[in-house]
Design a protein around this ligand. Sequence first.
Ligand code: G3P
Length: 246
Amino acid sequence: MGFINCVNVSMVSNLINYPLILVNLKSYSETMGAKAEELAEITQKISSDTGIRIGLAPQFTDIQRLKRFEIPIFSQHIDGIFPGAHTGHILAEAVKSSGSVGTILNHSERRMLLSDIESALKRTKEVDLISVVCVNTTNVGMAVAAFDPDIIAIEPPELIGTGIAVSKAKPEIILESVEAIKRINKNVTVLCGAGITCGEDVFSAIKLGSSGVLVASGIVKASNWKNILQEFADAALKAKKDEGTE
Ligand code: G3P
């Protein structure tokens, strides 16, 4: 039984809790096809042992093969289109029926116009997909907050893939964006990402006010997925306990 079927609720946002670790598999060959299933198996075990929610955003073509795992699966993008005559677009209904509970939008590597973010967000609400909108600056985060997404992930593009963590190199952007986004829309959850590679990075991100992390290379390219995911989950748990929410 997959994650989306394991709880009898209609709103998928109820399937997520925080802190959330969301692993974007991008177009990495290390986590494609059968390797994505291997990572999902490890993720499911660590998530169930620690109680920390860990989601995966695989390549579109791997969504279906991951739906049997009891972890939240996210699409890497959708377009603000309706079923019909569109070619080369990603339809909200299609990623949902393949097994996604949510979707990333406006990733730095898949930027969208503000108007396209708005129409894609409308589709996530109609189809009941959790939305994670990436933003490169606090100001863009404030603009997007007005569209009422579920989650905004602040990611300074210059740190993506560098191994230099946003929580170490730019702690002020986490503090500032959480405050500014919540001021516009208190219902939005804020994550951060870019360069997160170890438990300490996860711990500091959460202590700075982020509700979790969006990560890619730090997990995908690690030599031992089990060890690194365990380290991330333990750090998230420690931060959660410190906050007195555990
Ligand atoms: O979507 C996650 C992201 O862009 C951060 O990438 O490789 O710095 O963890 P990375």
